[in-house]
Every structure is written in C-alpha cells, then in structure tokens.
Design a protein around this ligand. Structure first.
Ligand SMILES: NC(=O)c1ccc[n+]([C@@H]2O[C@H](COP(=O)([O-])OP(=O)(O)OC[C@H]3O[C@@H](n4cnc5c(N)ncnc54)[C@H](O)[C@@H]3O)[C@@H](O)[C@H]2O)c1
Length: 263
C-alpha cells in the first residue's frame, strides 16, 4: 500500500494552470507547487502572473509565467511548447480560465455569447487537445481538470451563455475521459459553488446604498455550511483529482459548494 504522503506527491510532474494570475487558479498553482510540481502560470493578466511565478521560484518551486489568451489556439500551442521547453514534459493541466458576465438572456449579444464560449469552452477544449497530444507522445498518461461550475448542473439566473459553456464543459470532460483513458489520461471536472475571488467580487458588486451585511446574511443562509468557499477549497479538490490518490477516477464532476446544491 502506498503511504499517504506519496498519494499527494507531485515531485517531478509539470503542470499548466490557466487563469492562474489570481483567484481559484492562483490557489491551485500554490497547492500544486507546494506538493512539488513545476508550474506554468498561464493568463492574460501579466503583472500579477509574473509576480506569482517569481514568488514561487524564489521559494524553491520551478515556475514560469506564459502570457496566454486561451481563445487563441496559436497561443495555446505556444503555451504547451513553452512548458515542454522549460520542464521537458506536461503531466497536469487545469483548465481554469473562465469569465462569468451577468446579462438577462433577452439582452445577450452574439459578441457576449462568443466571448464566453471562446474562453470557457472552446479554449478549454483546444488546450486539453494540445496537452493530450503531448501526453500521448510522452507515453506516461496524465491528468486534466476542467473548471466547471454548479451552473453546469443548476442555473443561477442571468448567466445563460455561462451555463451553456459550463454544461458543455462538463460533457466534454466525460467525452475526453472516455476517449483518452486508453492512453492513461484522466479527465475530470470540478463544479465550485460560491468562491471568494476577485472575479466573483466584481461580478456581484452591490449597488451603492445596499445594506451589505443583510445581503451577505441572506446569501450565506442559502449555503448549508454557512460560508463562502475560498480558492484553496477548490485547490485541494484539484490536488486530489490530479494526484496519484485519484488514479482510478475519471470522467467525474466533483461538486465543491458547501452543500449549496442540496437546498
Ligand atoms: N468564483 C466563483 O464563485 C466560481 C464559481 C464557479 C466556477 N468558477 C470558475 O472558476 C474559474 C476561476 O474563477 P475565479 O472566480 O477565480 O475568476 P477570477 O476572475 O477571479 O480569475 C480568473 C482568471 O482568469 C483569467 N482569464 C480571463 N480570461 C482569460 C483568457 N481569455 N485567457 C487566459 N486567462 C484568462 C483572468 O485574467 C483571471 O486571472 C472560472 O472558470 C469560473 O467560471 C468560479
């Protein structure tokens, strides 16, 4: 039986995490680096991403920032090439980059629909494809995690393109898990509930004059565990899914929502 410490050991593995300059992605990068993985911080946000990679390198982890817009397949290919050039391989991908602009369905423009799909679904698919091609070449398998949402399972409201993208991502996860299992690539998804991140704060900013404490109280009363999630709540789930501890887990969507979907 493998000792507990080996089950979560990522030494010698190289990981790409998209949308990791801040928020959930940053939490995941920190977790994976703490378990010994070499990490690529891939994001459109350059200053924060560079600072994070530099901080991790200083603390002894191997880390690299690659400016990447996941909507651009040419940039996706360059990202994988940069990871292979720096670390010699790619063993882990976390497709975390995502946007969640609120808009009533009656007002959704083609531009908004395409932007949300481009980042959340198309970008995740083509990066998974590029990474899986590399993993197949390496011949040692690998692990991919797609960041879905509880909205893949239950609509919040005013997020129809987002809900479509995350529902699609959940099903793409299952398709890829089935197709790539023969060469040892596991593909899973996480469905976070409400996680306190810069993106979530901006999306749910209260209008001036709102009684924030009342609003918060109402909101938290809908979460059985009575707190918002933190990026590390999701990062620990991601660590499990990419680690040897999850070697027989593929095609699942792990809900991490403080019990929100139970209500
Ligand atoms: N925060 C939540 O409550 C919550 C809930 C469910 C699911 N999620 C999902 O988790 C993921 C991360 O969310 P978050 O709350 O940390 O968001 P965030 O906005 O705080 O951070 C997202 C990061 O993605 C980057 N990004 C945006 N567009 C990009 C692009 N085209 N290419 C590369 N990077 C890009 C941003 O620069 C940012 O660094 C998203 O996929 C989101 O849908 C979040």
């Amino acid at each position: 039986m493998k000792p507990w410490s080996e089950l979560f050991d990522l030494k010698g593995r190289a990981a790409i995490v998209t949308g990791s300059s801040m928020g959930i992605g940053e939490g995941i990068v920190r977790r994976l680096a703490a378990q010994g993985a070499s990490v690529v911080v891939a994001d459109i946000e350059e200053a924060k991403g560079k600072a994070l990679a530099a901080e991790l390198s200083k603390s002894g982890a191997r880390s690299l920032f690659v400016k990447t817009d996941v909507r651009q397949v040419a940039q996706i290919r360059k990202l994988v090439e940069a990871a292979v050039k720096e670390f010699g391989q790619v063993d882990i991908l976390v497709n975390n980059a995502g946007i969640f602009p609120f808009a009533p369905a009656l007002d959704v423009s083609e531009e908004l629909w395409d932007r949300v799909m481009g980042v959340n679904l198309r970008g995740s698919f083509f990066l998974a494809q590029a990474v899986a091609q590399q993993m197949k070449k390496q011949g040692k398998g690998g692990a991919i995690v797609n960041m879905a949402s509880i909205d893949a399972l239950h609509p919040t409201g005013q997020l129809s393109p987002y809900d479509a993208s995350k529902g699609g991502l959940r099903m793409v996860t299952r398709s890829l898990a089935l197709e790539w299992a023969p060469f040892g690539v596991r593909v899973n998804a996480i469905a976070p509930g409400s996680i306190a991140t810069p993106g979530a704060s901006a999306a749910t900013a209260a209008p001036p004059g709102t009684d924030l404490s009342k609003l918060m109280e109402h909101f938290l009363s809908r979460i059985p565990l009575r707190r918002m999630g933190e990026p590390d709540d999701i990062a620990r789930a991601a660590l499990f899914l990419v680690s040897p501890a999850a070697s027989y887990v593929t095609g699942v969507t792990m809900v991490v929502d403080g019990g929100y979907l139970l209500t």
